[in-house]
Unconditional design. Structure first.
Length: 193
């Protein structure tokens, strides 16, 4: 019998708080998320134009039920300097979305908060949780080849590029890099704060 997976805890980094996602977070997420520059390199199931209740609907119907089942972990990202303001979100997903397609980690940072290293800091905390608490042996993340900032995070966190293939994104079909990381690689090369 498979053991129950832990619920989504609060995670801390030197500058950030990662708080378990709540339905109330949708109000702050919606104006940050609903921008072409944020969604264009996300999976094609994200609707565009993004509906006015898109975050609320996704949290209510997808993220929060998956968190309750214990196969996804979603956090709002906030700075310790201003913990009332959500600046983005990060999620871990244990189950493949479609056969043969794994996407174990995803994140976004609102445009006013980009280029400060927050996504990397949040990714390190979530990856620690993936390997050290959840105990998964590896992590796989597809990313649009054109999404250079996200590619740099994969490189910085020691991921290996397995292959490039075509996948569908909100902006259409694009070359997609499939990044992979094992627990052993993570423990040998984990970035330090």
């Amino acid at each position: 019998m498979e053991r129950a997976r832990p619920k989504t805890p609060t995670l801390e980094t030197p500058r950030l708080l990662l708080l378990p996602l709540t339905l109330e977070d949708a109000e702050q997420a919606q104006p940050l998320f609903a921008h072409w520059e944020i969604v264009r390199h996300l999976a094609s199931q994200v609707p565009w134009p993004f509906p006015p209740d898109g975050c609320h609907t996704f949290y209510r119907d997808t993220a929060l039920p998956a968190m309750a089942r214990g196969d996804q972990w979603h956090w709002s990202i906030r700075t310790k300097a201003n913990p009332q303001q959500m600046i983005g979100s990060i999620a871990l997903v244990a189950q493949p979305q479609t056969p043969g397609h794994r996407n174990n980690r995803g994140f976004w940072i609102g445009q006013p908060y980009q280029r400060h290293g927050y996504a990397t800091e949040a990714a390190v905390a979530a990856t620690d949780f993936w390997f050290d608490v959840l105990g998964f042996p590896d992590l796989t993340v597809p990313k649009a080849h054109a999404n250079e900032p996200s590619r740099r995070i994969s490189q910085t966190t020691g991921m290996t590029l397995l292959r490039t293939q075509i996948q569908q994104f909100v902006c259409g079909p694009l070359p997609t890099d499939i990044w992979h990381l094992t627990a052993d690689q993570w423990h040998q090369h984990r970035p330090r704060p």
